[in-house]
Design a protein around this ligand. Structure first.
Ligand code: DGL
Length: 280
């Protein structure tokens, strides 16, 4: 990480969170649960989703624009709530920033390494995340004798973005994607894309009860809490329920986003604003 400038950070400042679309809301949901005093500014790049089939250069450029946008709110830290952006862009973002920034991959890898008993871990994610082998790298740093099997599941993101969370089509596609992981007999499956926890019950049913699903969103919120605590940057005051507690921005289709967000977050999101993110 670049040099952290504590003067830029105030404990009552918001946390910036971003994803390519709605998937990062699974991380927001965990942050709301685990550190409810924190204010959040969320950006979902709904005009340019999916990131998972794009190049590293493009995902890095998009991520840099979003970080510049989030910093206009004087955020005290940024959470890259997207595995693809964490895999492709986090290293570059870290070098050029003077506030803490964390991704979702490291916390998820750590949890999976702790959970596995038979040392066979499956990772499902976008083509980009699987191709980067980033989960294998982190897991092997912690435990070198674990076997890791990656499977790209590119159709899951559009299915989730279309709201087909409980649907026979999603079921059929999940069966096809997961068949080889079932054959290999993994005992732990990392949901390596922030969209996937939204189809968790389907994935668990198909994998069977003996396979533990790891949701990096949960671990990331925990890591964020630890990080802010260690820097004495947790918000001690409970913010009012006013409109600036949680704010949502997207690059397209704000209404569709609000509808979706309300189906997964209990908070009651009234609006999201559209931003021309290319300007940043
Ligand atoms: N939710 C994102 C992730 O965690 C990516 C989905 C996409 O844009 O392809 O990887």
């Amino acid at each position: 990480m670049g040099q952290i400038n504590m003067e830029l950070m105030r404990s009552d400042a918001p946390i910036g969170v971003f994803d390519s679309g709605v998937g990062g809301l699974t991380v927001v949901r965990e942050i709301m649960r685990q550190i409810p005093n924190e204010k959040i500014i969320y950006f979902g790049d709904t005009a340019r989703v999916p990131y998972g089939s794009k190049s590293q250069e493009t995902v890095t450029r998009f991520s840099e624009q979003i970080v510049r946008f989030l910093r206009t709110f004087q955020v005290k830290t940024i959470v890259v709530a997207c595995n693809t952006a964490s895999a492709y862009a986090l290293e570059t973002l870290e070098k050029n920033i003077d506030i803490p920034i964390i991704g979702v991959v490291k916390p998820g890898a750590k949890a999976a390494a702790e959970v596995t008993r038979n040392k066979k871990i499956g990772v499902i994610a976008t083509e980009a995340t699987i191709g980067s082998k980033i989960y294998s790298q982190y897991i092997h740093q912690l435990s070198s004798d674990v076997e890791i099997y990656g499977k790209a599941c590119p159709l899951f993101v559009p299915l989730v973005e279309e709201g087909l969370l409980q649907d026979p089509v999603t079921d059929e596609i999940a069966r096809r994607y997961l068949a080889e992981l079932i054959d290999i007999d993994i005992d732990t499956l990392i949901l390596g894309c922030t969209h996937y926890p939204l189809i968790r019950s389907t994935l668990q049913r198909i994998m069977g009860e003996n396979v533990t699903l790891v949701n990096p969103a949960y671990e990331t919120a925990l890591e964020l809490k630890r990080l802010l605590g260690s820097m004495k940057m947790l918000n001690e005051e409970t913010p009012g329920l006013g409109s600036d507690r949680y704010r949502f921005y997207v690059s397209d289709k704000a209404d569709k986003f609000v509808h979706f967000a309300n189906s997964i977050i209990k908070y009651g999101i009234l609006s999201a604003k559209t931003v021309q993110i290319e300007k940043y």
